[in-house]
Ligand binder design. Sequence first.
Ligand code: WQD
Length: 339
Amino acid sequence: MKTVLVTGGLGFIGSHTAVELLARGYQVVVADNLANTNASVLDGIAAIAGKKPVWANVDLADPVACRAFLAGMPDLAGIIHFAAYKAVGESVQKPLAYYRNNFGSLVNLLEFTAEHPQCRLIFSSSCTVYGQADTLPIREDAPVKPAESPYGNTKQVGEEILRDGARAHGFRAIALRYFNPIGAHPSAKIGELPLGVPQNLVPFITQSAAGLRGALKVFGNDYPTRDGTCVRDYIHVVDVALAHIYALERLFAGKGSEPVEVFNLGTGTGSTVLEVIKAFERSTGHKLQWEFAERRAGDVIAAYANTEKAAQGLGWRAERSLDQCMADAWRWQQTLPKK
Ligand code: WQD
């Protein structure tokens, strides 16, 4: 069976993808230096999949370490590249660390695929490349807008590095533009592990409901939307993980005409912040404490995906509802330490 490397495989989307790869009989190697997670996630993956992936604690941004690590896997069939720093706010404080880490690791991996073009690569991109799109739902051919943060820039330039590398070296890749991945595996054995105060909406909601945080602050209630709060496309992390399997198998089958293809990963439905709060309360029976606060700098008003290209090209659609996302997120939160 094929061996697939999952970089950042102990992270949120990476761990859920490792589970789905193992379930389909792939040999899975996880590369993760624990920069933003902890080793216990490996046990969670094993508990669900019934077998443990090989784990390499390697800094992929180190060219010597990365090359030595990959030299041991000359027949690698695929790389799913999640490993990257991803906090929007932190990227503004530490842009050079973000560029060194996110571009360094990507270039090191692409030097391997340039020498081993049978190895197909999937790149974690983000809807953040669209900024505030002019047309909703957002199609993949919507114009890429100037990045609002160094994090967003690493996704935009990362896609360009992919395209330039594929054109020069003949390898094949797919970039997946995530909208807002949320939720957790229904087994509650893996989920999101935000370190520090959660910047994202759903982990803050579940931590607030668990008594770990104060009331949720809703950033802005005067946006031109149906209830004045921002709209996003919240997609279950298991749906996102499954899309990676479909994308990898598209690459293995040699489908697609371009060296690098781009697909949106969303549900196609936008939900406001207040609707997410209501979905949490409806699906968990838990009353959430929240209050309106000032708008957050950099927030776009609305973003949700046009899902047709992914449906046609990947044969994939998101299937899980917002209520299921919130129920799964809450079940996971209840397994975490209470302080
Ligand atoms: C969603 C909505 C906030 C927290 C970012 C990145 C994206 C990806 C996901 C990495 C917004 C509101 C939030 C809170 C709130 N990151 N909110 N109170 O900003 O859409 O996307 O995270 O892969 O690339 O850009 O997600 O969850 O931070 O915010 O009101 O305490 O919730 O204003 O409208 P976002 P988010």
